[in-house]
Structure formats: C-alpha cells, structure tokens
Design a protein around this ligand. Sequence first.
Ligand SMILES: [Zn+2]
Length: 149
Amino acid sequence: MSKKTSNKVKDKNLKERHNFFLNPYEDCAFTKCPKCEAKTKIRKFPLVIHIEPQQLFFLNKQCKYCPTCDLIIAKKQEIESLMAFGLSQSHPKIIGNKYVVIGTVDKKDWKEGSQESLSPAEIIERTYIFQDIWNFEVIPAGWYPKGEQ
Ligand SMILES: [Zn+2]
C-alpha cells in the first residue's frame, strides 16, 4: 500500500506549469487573488484530472486566474458536477471516486485527448503538472494562507 498523502505528482520527467487552488467555498468566487490581492481574470484551462482507480479526465473549464502569481483557481463544486456529467455516459461507476486535478494540457492536446485518440501514457506525456497546489482558508474577516506559502 502506498502511503503517499501529497496530492502532487512527483516525477522529474514531467513538465510543470501554473499553481493551482481548488476552491472548496461555494460562496467565495475569488474575484481577487487570495495571495496578492490583484483582481483575478477569467480564463479557460484544459484541466487534466486523475480519477481513482485509473481514469484520466479532461475538463476545459473556465477558471479564475491571477497572472502575477500564475495561480489558477477552480471551484470544487463546479469541477465535480461537470465531471459527474461528463462521466455519466462513459464511466458512471467512478462518479464520486477520489480525484486529483493534476495539471493542464495545451489546447490542441485537449482536443485530441477529448476525442479519445490519445492513450493515458500519451496524455501524461503532454500534461503540464502544477508547480504547486495552494490552499487558502477563508475566515469571516477575510482570508489567510494556510501555513507558509
Ligand atoms: Zn496573485
């Protein structure tokens, strides 16, 4: 049994890009970056999600993005409902399984991948995993980074 608790995929051969925050707060849209307080932009990112036991899922999703921090913020709730919708035809049994948003791919790779012409190994090869996964805790007076960033 693996005891890995980190949600970051560590592999020297993988390319890295962007920081990521999976926003668990339904009522917090993060129109400002939780780290630098700059206004966030809205941008679409082709996200790569690994769903247990072994399924890769692409989601071209509108996210909040801070260019200064290179931080992508995606709403957990939205990802989960889009995932459930996307899987309801092809893989209904794995809906609700544990998943990790591992990174992003380029638009062209997303197109190929979503047509299922890429094998999982090819997808991983083209995936830019996140440099870092950040967590922010929202408290009534504002927000604070969880631990040292
Ligand atoms: Zn920022």
